[in-house]
Design a protein. Structure first.
Length: 387
């Protein structure tokens, strides 16, 4: 049996804004590996000491395949977590007898005692450095590049990200594999009008609304979205309101200012953090889902919206065409006029929702937990054989 160690310090086991992004990705990976139950693989999963109680009480805490191991000092602050990863983690890998180590978030520790796998989700900090705070940009660039050079296998979320990694870090193409993230099974068309009506009432939402769901940060291109929405309202005063749902990331103040400058306060709602439990309802209740991001390593919200059968408009750049496939509408992310026109056309297309309700779930079946688990298990076996 091959023993795999996984760094899950960034996983949050509670229903908070922290349970998103790479936290959610890593938790879903652990769920998938547990469900797969490969008899030739065993796992030690290093979790944050602050999450130890919640982790133990979670379904993963009862797993017969995964052993959750809390860090032995506080790792809640970024600096303490980085220090733990770089100084303490290599010794722990020796103690538990790890034969392969996997970092699901970009960075490997130095002085590894075994072959390593690293998942690099995107290179936004390279492609759009001005959209990141300097300290985060420098850390990500320095440590991700070094990790890419020492990993036995690099996993990318998409072919677009794979090509970015090869070109930016000059690594051999055969070392970089694409494993798509997964869309959880609960993201599916909701055909219960009473449940949707109750959901809208609970959150004060109208029967029709346009939705963005994701972090409020510059890379998501939300200023372009609200400018396109302002243009839509000029052409159609009866356009549904725009709901921007998600937690605050960074440099979001300009977005609030732009909404005020365009006089859209009555028509644009900032819904704040959306719990994982209700995300499928937010998608299902929307007339359109809008995700005009400038750059994505994968763009999971697009896949989730399509899985829910919701008409979706997204960008035609980076990985988003891979995620959107032939189902979602794709436009250049900086073209305000085209985006506004796409929204208007979608709102008057009487058959679009019916088509998406069929084609969306069919398309997104390729992003399944089973595929994710089987492909990662194959990568772990390959890395173990390279010792």
């Amino acid at each position: 049996m091959t023993h795999i160690a996984i760094n899950a310090q960034l996983v949050s086991f509670g229903q908070t804004y922290r349970n998103a992004g790479v936290s959610r990705y890593t938790y879903t990976l652990l769920e998938a590996l547990d469900s797969l139950g490969d008899a030739d693989l065993s796992y030690t999963v290093f979790v944050s000491s602050a999450e130890a109680a919640a982790a133990a009480a979670s379904p993963l805490g009862q797993s017969a395949h995964l052993r959750l191991e809390p860090a032995r000092w506080p790792t809640t602050s970024p600096l303490r977590r980085i220090a733990w990863e770089q100084t303490r983690l290599p010794a722990l890998l020796r103690e538990v007898g790890a034969q392969v180590f996997h970092s699901p978030v970009n960075v490997l520790p130095e002085r590894l005692p075994c072959p390593a796998v690293v998942t690099i989700h995107d290179l936004a900090f390279v492609r759009y450095p001005d959209l990141f705070r300097p300290a985060r940009r420098i850390y990500q660039r320095t440590f991700t590049e070094r990790s890419a050079r020492v990993a036995r296998v690099i996993v990318a979320d998409s072919e677009s990200t794979r090509q970015d990694i090869i070109a930016t870090f000059d690594v051999a193409p055969e070392r970089v594999r694409v494993i798509y993230p997964t869309v959880s099974p609960d993201f599916q068309p909701n055909r219960d009008p009473e449940a949707l009506a109750a959901f809208r009432t609970r959150h004060g939402l109208p029967e029709r609304y346009l939705l963005y769901l994701g972090t409020l940060e510059p890379r998501k291109n939300l200023i372009t979205l609200v400018e396109a929405y302002a243009r839509l309202r000029v052409e159609d005063e009866g356009a549904p309101p725009l709901v921007l749902a998600g937690g605050k990331g960074w440099y979001y103040e300009t977005l609030f200012e732009r909404v005020r400058a365009l006089g859209l306060e009555r028509y644009v709602t900032f819904a704040g953090y959306v719990s994982r439990e209700e995300q499928a309802l937010w998608y299902a209740g929307a007339a359109l889902f809008l995700y005009p991001s400038l750059y994505e390593g994968f763009g999971l919200p697009v896949a989730e919206a399509l899985a829910c059968g919701v008409p979706t408009i997204t960008s035609d750049v980076s990985s988003l065409p891979e995620v959107a496939g032939p189902v979602a509408i794709q436009v250049p992310p900086t073209d305000v006029k085209r985006l506004a026109q796409a929204m208007r056309d979608a709102l008057v297309d009487c058959t679009l929702r019916q088509r998406t309700a069929v084609e969306g779930p069919q398309w997104t079946r390729r992003f399944s937990m089973d595929h994710l688990a089987r492909q990662y298990a194959a990568v772990y076996h390959e890395a173990a054989q390279s010792r």
